[in-house]
Design a protein around this ligand. Structure first.
Ligand SMILES: Nc1ncnc2c1ncn2[C@@H]1O[C@H](COP(=O)(O)OP(=O)(O)OP(=O)(O)O)[C@@H](O)[C@H]1O
Length: 244
């Protein structure tokens, strides 16, 4: 059974159809890149999966349960964590406080301390730099470290799937390499399933795994990223050859 099933999902903003009858499934432990040019509908699709933008049509199932139209907090509690674009950290809070905000737990709950401490340890194992600076202000971290922090915050609920919108945005290539190295490690060690939105297909082709290429709200290509990297169809899909 697939971990995530997206069936004929349509997303509209008023009269604009941003995503049109998109369908795909994602197996546990898989890595899927959703790529495509500006305005293709990638972020809209990701927001619909995470419950932020309810779809106008279609359905979404996670772990065999329908999640269409459920609230983001409920979907997160079921094990689907989203990292939105823009590295939204609480700049005046410490790194550790930012991470604790991601637990979705309340200090009133029984066993809160022990669970939070073990979740923190796991995140610190993955991103030692966050441990080193845990009492420092999050706003003083570099862009790459802030990206690690928001991924770390998403990991605090011990998710089965994490969906990340443009993790490489505005980062130098060597910093992006570091972020991806950790993501790939998480996938290997925790069997974490990854759904990553990136505008460019370059990273998907480098990392490998599966890639869906969207354009104009629809899926144009769906297959092995490495194999697609060589194909003319990929170039055509990006630049719209043959359409004009
Ligand atoms: N909140 C919104 N209200 C109205 N229109 C929106 C909204 N969000 C996105 N859109 C429109 O929906 C279409 C798809 O946008 P979306 O951001 O999903 O694409 P994208 O592939 O993620 O592009 P980008 O890489 O630029 O983020 C675009 O035409 C965009 O202008």
């Amino acid at each position: 059974m697939s971990l995530l099933a997206v069936s004929d999902v349509t997303i509209r903003y008023g009269r604009l159809t941003a995503v049109r009858e998109v369908a795909f499934t994602l197996a546990e432990g898989e890595i899927l890149f959703i790529t495509g040019p500006n305005g293709a509908g990638k972020s809209s699709l990701m927001r619909a999966i995470a419950g932020v933008t309810p779809p106008a049509g279609g359905r979404i199932d996670f772990g065999g349960i329908e999640i269409t139209g459920r609230a983001p907090e409920e979907i997160a509690r079921m094990g689907l964590s989203m990292v939105p674009e823009g590295r939204d950290v609480f700049g005046s809070l410490s790194i550790e406080e930012n991470l604790l905000l991601g637990t979705g737990m309340h200090s009133r709950e029984r066993g809160w301390k022990a669970r939070a401490a073990s979740a923190l340890e796991e995140v610190y194992d993955t991103f030692p730099i966050l441990k080193e600076r845990r009492h420092g202000q999050a706003g003083l971290l570099s862009g790459g470290q802030q990206q690690m922090l928001v991924i770390g915050r998403a990991l605090m609920t011990n998710p089965r799937l994490i969906a990340i919108d443009e993790p490489s945005l505005g980062l130098a290539p060597n910093i992006t390499d570091q972020v991806y190295e950790r993501l790939i490690g998480l996938r290997a060690h925790r069997k974490l399933t990854l759904l990553i939105v990136e505008q460019s297909s370059t990273r998907a082709v480098m990392v490998g795994g599966r890639m869906i290429l969207m354009r104009g709200g629809q899926i144009l290509l769906d297959g092995d990223a490495g194999a697609m990297g060589q194909s003319e169809a990929l170039q055509a899909a990006y630049f719209g050859y043959g359409e004009h």
